[in-house]
Design a protein around this ligand. Structure first.
Ligand code: FMN
Length: 231
């Protein structure tokens, strides 16, 4: 395979690593009632499209990803497209009415989500300012929730953006799931209709990542019902 047109890759488990959490369709062990009740309720996942650039490629990857999330058992998906949100970079405890209106487009969706999938391109070896801005405008909405990271870009597939985001999300008391989906030289991987030209590797990576995200969301939601985070 030509490395400059590498297919979507995931950080797959090494042979010595424990196997991935089982999918939600696996037989459930006998559970504490809080965990059993959490298992029966779909996980609300907010898919965040991190790029808002004019002429961006992000929506192609977002559509592909959303189809995988919707096909995965146990999720209820919502979309947050940062191109639809115009937040200033100057943070404020007393935002103007205009800023409050912009926050209203995104804050309730973040608050309601049990889990997130963040879709990030790589800009100058990191993630875009639009993503940092929406992260910094919020705090409690992120806390004690899991986040899965999907990246795209040039030859690196956005992997540097992903590793930077892990550091940021740790500060917000979030769990970043281990496996990712990355699209290297993304433009060449999809046809004009937005279909992945050779999707098997990317689909397997997305399945593994979403299984892990679902497990963490289930576990953290039930744990928070039993005991508020930080108490
Ligand atoms: C400002 C800027 C910086 C970029 N820096 C990198 C980079 O450091 N590494 C890389 O692999 N691709 C880089 N790219 C390529 C983008 O990752 C690629 O064009 C991607 O499709 C951008 O996402 P978007 O179209 O959704 O905005 C950069 C693109 C832009 C616009």
């Amino acid at each position: 395979m030509n490395t400059t047109t590498a297919k979507a890759a995931s950080q797959t488990a090494s042979p010595s690593a424990p196997s991935s959490p089982s999918s939600p369709s696996s037989p459930a062990p006998s559970l504490d009632p809080a965990f059993a009740s959490s298992a029966a309720t779909p996980v609300k996942v907010a898919v965040i499209v991190g790029s808002n650039r004019e002429g961006r490629f992000g929506p192609v990857v977002a559509e592909w990803l959303l189809a995988r999330v919707r096909a995965h058992e146990g999720f209820e998906a919502d979309l947050i497209d940062l191109a639809d949100v115009d937040l200033p970079t100057s943070l404020s405890f007393r935002p103007s009415a205009e800023v409050v209106a912009e926050l209203d487009k995104v804050t309730p969706k973040l608050a309601e989500a049990d889990a997130f999938v963040v879709l990030t391109p790589e800009y100058n070896h990191s993630y875009p300012a639009s993503l940092k801005n929406v992260i910094d405008w919020h705090r409690d909405e992120w806390e004690a929730k899991p986040v899965a990271l999907v990246s795209y870009g040039g030859i690196s597939g956005g992997l540097r953006a992903v590793e930077h985001l892990r550091q940021v999300f740790a500060e917000l008391h979030m769990v970043t799931v281990r496996d990712t989906v990355s699209f290297h030289n993304a433009g060449a991987l999809f046809d004009d209709e937005g279909a992945h030209r050779d999707p098997s590797v990317a689909e397997a990576a997305a399945k593994g990542m979403l299984d892990q995200l679902h497990w963490w969301a289930w576990a953290l939601r039930a744990a928070k019902e039993a005991r508020p985070y930080g108490s």
